[in-house]
Design a protein around this ligand. Structure first.
Ligand code: ADP
Ligand code: ADP
Length: 229
């Protein structure tokens, strides 16, 4: 369970327009943190930096004390599981999707997919194997079920860090609450950072970081931030 540190991170997509102006924060190992802030504050940008879609122009990003520039892409991808808002699924079975669509899936792959499905409450809907023609095709699932499949696909890799980027914001409130409860359970043994639009969806976070115009404006628990207005 690694820690995640942003140390004075400076970044802009274009030369003369800075988006992050020396952003610093730490998500301690094994804690579940959230980031909120108005649209355009830089939340998705910091997620892209953590996954090295871009590199910062200044400062450092550390995972478990190590600069992510010194980590191979493969181990960075293994360390961080991303759950985006809109996940793209194959038009195929749940098992196929969780197992990354492998036709040559081994028994171990199938068991792994079953574990992911169980974690996300999908086990009843998992077919016997990847090649079987039974089970639901991806595109027939509800929005909530699709998102559960996407999350299961991320979880089977057992990433020690979870990065949730508006993971439930496309869902109706009831479905969102169901999935948030599941996510809360699976994040417990990991380090997680959850990007959110609304405070109500991250009431369980150990700490909430408020990002404004590329800077950390304040941080605290849900209760502390609500009291502060
Ligand atoms: P959200 O606020 O929902 O995260 P954004 O509007 O920030 O969505 O981004 C949507 C997509 O458009 C992203 O892929 C982002 O990279 C791209 N994007 C956002 N702003 C710009 C911009 N000024 N120039 C180029 N691409 C942009
Ligand atoms: P948030 O996720 O908090 O809504 P973003 O990180 O998406 O904010 O965007 C922060 C700023 O960066 C916005 O002004 C946005 O327009 C700009 N931006 C985002 N993606 C790109 C991009 N690919 N190219 C240029 N500007 C971008």
């Amino acid at each position: 369970r690694p820690s995640v540190v942003f140390d004075n991170v400076v970044f802009g997509y274009e030369k003369d327009r800075q988006i992050l102006h020396g952003l610093s924060f730490e998500v301690p190992a094994g804690r579940n943190y959230a980031i909120v802030g108005p649209s355009g504050a830089g939340k998705s940008t910091l997620a892209r930096l953590l996954f090295r879609f871009y590199d910062p122009q200044g400062g450092r990003i550390l995972i478990d004390g190590q600069d992510i520039k010194e980590v191979t892409q493969a181990s960075l991808r293994a360390a961080i599981g991303i759950v985006p808002q809109d996940s793209v699924l194959f038009n195929d079975t749940i098992g196929y999707n969780i197992g990354y669509g492998r036709d040559d899936a081994t028994q171990a792959d199938i068991e792994e997919a079953a574990r992911g499905a169980a974690l996300m409450g999908l086990i009843d809907r998992l077919p016997q194997g990847f090649q079987t023609e039974v089970g639901e095709r991806g595109l027939k699932l509800s929005g909530g079920e699709k998102q559960r499949v996407a999350i299961a696909r991320t979880l089977v890799k057992n990433p020690p860090i979870l990065l949730l980027d508006e993971a439930t914001s496309a869902l109706d409130t009831r479905t969102e609450q169901d999935i948030l409860a599941t996510l809360h359970r699976v994040a417990e043994h990991r380090t997680s950072l959850s990007i959110a639009h609304r405070l109500s969806t991250i009431a369980d976070a150990d700490s909430i970081l408020v990002l404004q115009e590329g800077r950390l404006a304040e941080s605290g628990t849900h209760g502390q931030l609500l009291r502060a207005g």
